[in-house]
Design a protein around this ligand. Sequence first.
Ligand SMILES: Cc1cc2nc3c(=O)[nH]c(=O)nc-3n(C[C@H](O)[C@H](O)[C@H](O)COP(=O)(O)O)c2cc1C
Length: 98
Amino acid sequence: MSLYRLIYASRAIEQMKPDDLAQILASSQRNNQRVHVSGALLFSAREFLQCLEGGREAVNATYARILGDPRHEGAVILDLPRDCPSPVRRLGHAPGRP
Ligand SMILES: Cc1cc2nc3c(=O)[nH]c(=O)nc-3n(C[C@H](O)[C@H](O)[C@H](O)COP(=O)(O)O)c2cc1C
């Protein structure tokens, strides 16, 4: 399987509370694992930076869902999506999964 990687930045609509971040983390872990997408999410002040890695359709579907989330705005893709020549994940993933 070739890997697809997408990096974007966005800004929280309002100050995030620990509970808000915990909710995002729980959804991400549950949904991303199901579709074999690995993710790294950084949050500082009101800025998000996220990298998503996995199959092309799964990454695009995940990003499309995230884009519609009213908790943030102004999403900008920082790294153009592309298939990586070497199918080696840079982000962690559950063992035994593709
Ligand atoms: C900055 C940000 C990053 C997010 N990252 C993910 C993600 O990687 N995977 C995911 O499924 N949802 C992510 N979400 C949450 C989704 O927008 C959405 O709320 C969630 O996928 C809905 O799924 P649920 O009904 O199973 O909770 C993110 C939300 C925000 C604001």
